[in-house]
Design a protein around this ligand. Structure first.
Ligand code: COA
Length: 143
């Protein structure tokens, strides 16, 4: 039997996988400060969860989540692949799972935000920066 892992797609996380997600977040500049208890709440409050794990060990190696109103918008957040499993197509497999999910088929627009370097990557799935001139705005809560 090959030592190379086989992967399975999951739509909920076990408690060890939530801890592994916290580790994935800790390794990225945009999510490094997230606390484990907040990651637990984030999971509870995100209706659509997409994970990929090693079929044997069940280790979580890739993750994304979607917030949606079910009709107009579906926002894809936190697309992340473990560093030792990048460039194997797992990020693409996650995006395929998101876009094909039966619960999201009625939604008119999928959206995400990313660094400019990743624009060509997401363009492969039909995402475009042509969004009618709108810009992302943000207010830090409490300021
Ligand atoms: C971006 C990310 C999810 C891609 O996942 P992946 O499983 O490694 O990607 P895939 O195997 O599906 O695709 C690999 C392709 O993406 C490209 N790619 C991956 N990361 C990239 C980056 N930061 N900038 C530009 N291209 C990138 C690779 O060059 C490769 O291109 P190729 O197919 O022409 O060889 C992964 O690199 C990651 O987790 N990055 C850190 C977290 C992050 O920044 N997430 C994005 C949030 S918007």
């Amino acid at each position: 039997m090959s030592d190379w892992p086989e992967f399975e797609t999951i739509q909920s996380l076990t408690d060890p996988q939530v801890i592994q997600l916290h580790e994935l977040y800790r390794s990225e500049w945009w999510s490094g400060g997230r606390r484990l208890e907040d990651v637990r709440r984030l999971i509870e409050n995100s209706r659509f969860i997409f994970g990929i794990c090693d079929s044997r060990s069940k280790r979580l190696v890739a993750f994304a989540r979607v917030l949606t109103d079910g009709i107009f918008k579906a926002l894809i957040f936190d697309v992340i692949v473990a560093q030792d499993f990048r460039d194997l197509g797992l990020g693409g497999r996650l995006l395929d799972s998101v876009l094909a999910h039966p619960g999201l088929q009625g939604v008119k627009q999928f959206e995400l935000y990313c660094l400019p370097e990743l624009v060509p990557y997401y363009e492969r799935w039909g995402f475009s920066t042509e969004v009618g001139g709108v810009v992302l705005m943000r207010k830090e809560n409490g300021e």
